[in-house]
Design a protein around this ligand. Structure first.
Ligand SMILES: Cc1cc2nc3c(=O)[nH]c(=O)nc-3n(C[C@H](O)[C@H](O)[C@H](O)COP(=O)(O)O)c2cc1C
Length: 195
């Protein structure tokens, strides 16, 4: 039987540096993991280490026209960490990074997605970002927030708070979503055309 596939989408905030923890949790449960990084996430990542751990390239760019699709289709996605920027663009349907393209398609494909916003209180309190979280949840995206998950930190650098990122909670939430989700009919061709 083929292993289920997780797309671990990382965006440009300090916890991105620790996404290897999620890779290991998912691999332990028999999943194949592909790390997809926004261009701004790459500065936080050890790309060679993640490539070795997953056996796949860490992709950030759309493929060239005519090139083959580089990643297997996902059975679930995690957006960890999710920047305010990515949340706002995702809810608006913007696909100007490869990571966003996968996330925008996942909504229509009804692929299980769990996202955990990470930023400071002032940033995440912006009405457009608050609204984005509400809209994403209304489309069945699981956005984990709250004091017991990953509370927004005080304005200022987030690096000191990155180590507390709730990787185990993310993986448990994703597993629970996968068990209760059934894929929607009729749209996979869209993903094949555009990614
Ligand atoms: C050192 C550093 C730390 C950052 N921390 C955060 C953060 O915690 N949360 C956030 O939303 N953006 C943070 N940013 C800003 C994002 O990286 C920036 O908004 C970027 O455009 C996000 O792009 P992306 O959503 O495509 O990854 C940080 C930037 C830097 C350079």
């Amino acid at each position: 039987m083929t292993a289920p596939v997780l797309h671990a989408v990382v965006t440009g905030a300090p916890p991105a540096a620790h996404v290897g923890v999620l890779v290991e949790l998912a691999q332990r449960d028999g999943w194949q993991v592909c790390v997809v990084a926004s261009p701004d996430a790459r500065k936080f990542l050890n790309v060679p280490a993640l490539t070795e751990k997953t056996g796949l390239p860490v992709l950030s760019e759309y493929r060239q026209p005519g090139d083959p699709v580089a990643l297997p289709r996902s059975d679930a996605l995690a957006v960890v960490p999710a920047t305010g920027n990515t949340l706002a663009k995702w809810a608006a349907g913007i696909s100007d990074t490869y990571a966003l393209g996968l996330l925008v398609e996942a909504v229509a494909l009804k692929t299980p997605v769990v996202a955990v916003p990470f930023s400071n209180r002032a940033h995440l309190a912006h009405p457009a970002i608050v609204d984005a979280v509400v809209r994403l949840r209304s489309w069945d995206v699981t956005v984990l927030t709250g004091d017991n998950i990953c509370p927004p930190h005080p304005p200022g650098p987030g690096g000191p708070y990155a180590a507390a990122f709730p990787w185990e909670v993310v993986w448990e939430a994703l597993r629970a979503r996968v068990e209760t989700t059934h894929p929607g009919p009729g749209v996979p061709a869209l993903e094949e055309q555009h990614r």
